[in-house]
Design a protein around this ligand. Structure first.
Ligand SMILES: Cc1cc2nc3c(=O)[nH]c(=O)nc-3n(C[C@H](O)[C@H](O)[C@H](O)COP(=O)(O)O)c2cc1C
Length: 238
């Protein structure tokens, strides 16, 4: 398989998270980014208020709480209110929002706000905002956004991607352990298609794939018609 050489493009992945969903996605993106040759770092949004780098790219993964920022993102959001015109010129960014339509009036308020203000203040949006909805197929939206995000960032930074076929055949999901969380999806048609095309599921007790660990997820996985709760590990072989 043709590998992506380690180009070392900086990729800073920031999260606004109270309960760990956005933080988990940020860590997952960092692992995948590393496997794609990026030099990745993660941190809470508040640690980077006034410090968004112009080198490389910034990804922001954040939730909203009753329309307000998570505890570790309030300072960042406040800082964006003080920005001058074009103050973020040179910053390249992408946003993924974690939300829930049950909070209809303030659905995705914080990710949408950040996505808008960063562009207004001169930053360059690398890809359209992604939105995961806990009341719907969160994971499908997340995966669809990630596909676009990696494609767009590679293009923006002129990084050569590995051949499609080789890339996909190397991905697998491994069941690691049981977990209490259960959520039944409303729609599964497209997920079934996606699962069969891009991932193979290895049930409990399967041998560990050779290859690097790319991410750990506690979201239930849809395999065929079933939703399986547990802890999963995505691996990318070599
Ligand atoms: C008390 C409470 C308030 C919430 N308010 C909103 C909201 O205003 N808008 C929204 O889209 N989601 C809202 N959510 C959903 C969370 O943003 C969503 O579950 C998110 O995935 C949590 O991310 P975290 O685990 O990283 O904190 C709320 C959830 C809770 C528990």
């Amino acid at each position: 398989m043709k590998e992506i050489p380690s180009h070392g493009t900086p990729l800073l992945i920031l999260y606004g998270s109270n309960l760990g969903t956005a933080e988990g996605i940020a860590e997952e993106l960092a692992d995948i980014g590393r496997s794609k040759g990026f030099s990745t770092e993660t941190g809470p949004l508040d640690d980077y208020a006034g410090k968004l780098p112009v080198k490389g790219a910034v990804v922001i993964v954040t939730a909203s709480y009753n329309g307000a920022p998570p505890d570790n993102a309030a300072g960042f959001v406040k800082w964006t209110e003080t920005l001058e015109d074009q103050e973020l010129k040179g910053v390249s960014y992408a946003v993924f929002g974690c939300g829930d339509r049950n909070w209809a009036a303030t659905y995705q308020r914080i990710p949408r706000l950040i996505d808008k203000v960063l562009e207004e203040k001169g930053a360059k949006r690398l890809t359209s905002i992604g939105e995961g909805d806990n009341a719907d197929d969160f994971e499908y939206s997340q995966e669809a956004w990630e596909d676009s995000f990696w494609k767009d960032i590679m293009k923006a930074f002129h990084i050569e991607a590995a051949p499609k076929q080789a890339n996909k055949s190397q991905l697998s999901i491994e069941y690691v352990s049981e977990a209490a969380e259960t959520r039944l999806p409303k729609r599964t048609k497209h997920l079934r298609r996606k699962s069969s095309q891009t991932k193979s599921f290895i049930p409990k007790a399967a041998s560990v794939q050779s290859g690097i660990l790319s991410c750990v997820s506690r979201r239930p996985k849809r395999i065929g018609k079933e939703t399986i709760s547990g802890c999963f590990r995505k691996t990318a072989g070599n």
